[in-house]
Design a protein around this ligand. Structure first.
Ligand code: 4NP
Length: 145
């Protein structure tokens, strides 16, 4: 299984999702390929936000080595599943889809199209965002194996 996690900047939410999903896949012995990307290009080449790095580290997940990159159309070819954090990511990724097969790969990370809030302007959101993403990744790992 090849999974891509997508948010806006690729420095707060999707690096957490990438790190957590990889951690859970490894724990469960799943040979999955996990990556993340942002719909925007402001943070290409940047490390994840220090608040995400800290929250992950607190929970035993190291995301410090990840680097930001922008979502590209070729990602539809590379990945089986593309998980987005919120509605604007959903719209932005779907806008790049070339056909129905591309569109069918795109899902909200949380059930019932709930959104993972953007924690960029609110330090207090990093802990709940971590928990939301962890639970969603656990569900994905449990369902897909
Ligand atoms: P993310 O958070 O989409 O979870 O990585 C953001 C990071 C940076 C910006 C916005 C959201 N920004 O505007 O630079």
């Amino acid at each position: 299984m090849k999974i891509l996690m997508v948010c806006l900047g690729n420095i707060c939410r999707s690096p957490l999702a990438e790190g957590i999903m990889r951690h859970l896949a490894n724990t469960k012995g799943l040979n999955w390929e996990i990556d993340s990307a942002g719909t925007g290009n402001w943070h290409v080449g940047h490390s994840p936000d220090h608040r995400s790095v800290k929250e992950a580290k607190k929970n035993g997940v190291d995301i410090s080595g990840l680097r930001g990159r922008q979502f590209q159309i070729a990602d539809f070819d590379t990945f089986d599943l593309i998980y987005v954090m919120d509605r604007s990511n959903y719209t932005d990724v779907l806008r790049k889809a070339r056909n129905n097969a591309d569109k069918a790969k795109v899902h909200f990370l949380l059930p019932e199209q709930q959104e993972v809030p953007d924690p960029w302007f609110d330090d207090a959101l990093f802990a709940p965002v971590y928990k939301m993403i962890y639970k969603a990744c656990e569900n994905i790992a449990d369902q897909q194996q």
